[in-house]
Design a protein around this ligand. Sequence first.
Ligand code: IMP
Length: 200
Amino acid sequence: MSNVLRKVVFLVTGNVNKFNEARSVLKEFGFSCVMLNMDAMEIQADNLESIAKISAIDAGEKSALPVIVEDAGLFIDALNGFPGPYSSYVFRTIGIKGILKLMENVEERNAAFHAVVAFYSPNAKSPRCFHGKVRGKIARQPRGIHGFGFDPIFLPFTNTSKTFAELPPPQKNKYSHRAKALRKFARWYRKHLELVKFEL
Ligand code: IMP
């Protein structure tokens, strides 16, 4: 593999916000990030790791490239972890309004974002996963213009006066579940690049 390609990470996603967050985290490690907006299998399962692994294997085999897939969700303590792995569906259906409705009159508002980054290379075969988590609280009202998804109602404990959507992207990347999982991946990938072999 050429030195140039050693510096590239292929992220399978159609979400440009996710891509931009990943790009700036991976840059800290000297990696460029390419957004691979392809049709990868997405199963419904009750844990993020299985979802990310299956998508990464499918995308890696279809593209013949080493890829990462990142899957994330919002886990609300008072709702026993709901919406969790169903966050994407819940966001598209009841959205932020629906979550705030479910949380009406609920005093215990602790929650966490979890992310799993799955790496798969067609010549390494078994996928490898990296986890990241940030704890915080569900706000009473949505606030902020940055980010995506449930960012306007998530107050990270590291900065409880501002929601994720009130933090400019570099600030969110200091604390976010996604950034933590990606940093774990990048540290590992730097050491294990020999697993990867591909031609463009
Ligand atoms: P995905 O399946 O990883 O794309 O994420 C599922 C859903 O979780 C998304 O549709 C978002 O609503 C939510 N989500 C995941 N990560 C974030 C985040 O960093 N901020 C806000 N919402 C997120």
